[in-house]
Design a protein around this ligand. Structure first.
Ligand code: VGL
Ligand code: ZN
Length: 194
């Protein structure tokens, strides 16, 4: 188990019903096992007063992210619906950063992109971490080959040390090998998979 301290944050990515529940519209195989892994880390983090932050994919009813609107995904994580809610087994005690509202797109917890102008905007995540003097992130959640890899890669670009919990992530694997490629990208970016 990673070490937790005041310069570390535990970042739990998109552990929401649509990804983590087998009835979810974008169910990620094995996603229902992630809450238990996250909760075990949370216990350690809470004991050591480590900052804990959650991201939520948080889409409007229509967004170019969805296949019905020109994107590639089934409708998922529509704001304030069952699918967007955290998995009921996940203990939620920390800050929450939502991404995708306003129809802005992207996978990273750190930034969103306006599909019309192509411009990217930061979310609150980096500010929350900097305010607390965080230098190191422990990351788990869904999905390995989308939001986890993009969040990890941005975190490294922003200079955070990153450990990704191999047990606490699962991949969509839309194309065979996506999970492996995501792991390699994270390692190449300087993240440790532990
Ligand atoms: C995600 C696909 C679409 C994720 C979000 O959280 O990894 N994947 N939207
Ligand atoms: Zn999404």
């Amino acid at each position: 188990m990673p070490i937790y301290d005041e310069r570390t944050a535990l970042l739990i990515v998109d552990v929401q019903n649509d990804f983590a529940d087998p009835r979810g519209s974008l169910y990620v195989a094995g996603g229902e096992h992630v809450p238990a892994v996250a909760n075990a880390e949370l216990r350690q983090a809470l004991e050591t007063r480590t900052f804990i932050v959650y991201t939520q994919d948080w889409h409007p009813e229509h967004t170019p992210h969805f296949a019905v609107d020109g994107g590639i995904w089934p409708v998922h994580c529509v704001h304030d619906t069952w699918g967007a809610a955290f998995h009921p087994d996940l203990r939620v005690e920390g800050e929450i950063v939502r991404k995708g509202s306003d129809g802005r797109d992207g996978y990273s917890g750190f930034s969103v992109r306006d599909p019309k102008s192509g411009e990217t905007y930061p979310t609150l995540l980096e500010q929350l971490l900097r305010e607390r003097g965080v230098e190191r992130l422990v990351i788990c959640g869904l999905a390995t080959d989308y939001c986890v890899v993009e969040t990890t890669s941005d975190a490294r670009m922003l200079g955070f040390a990153v450990e990704v919990l191999a047990d606490g992530i699962r991949a969509v694997d839309l194309h065979e090998g996506d999970a492996e490629r995501a792991l390699r990208r994270m390692r190449d970016a300087g993240a440790e998979i532990v």
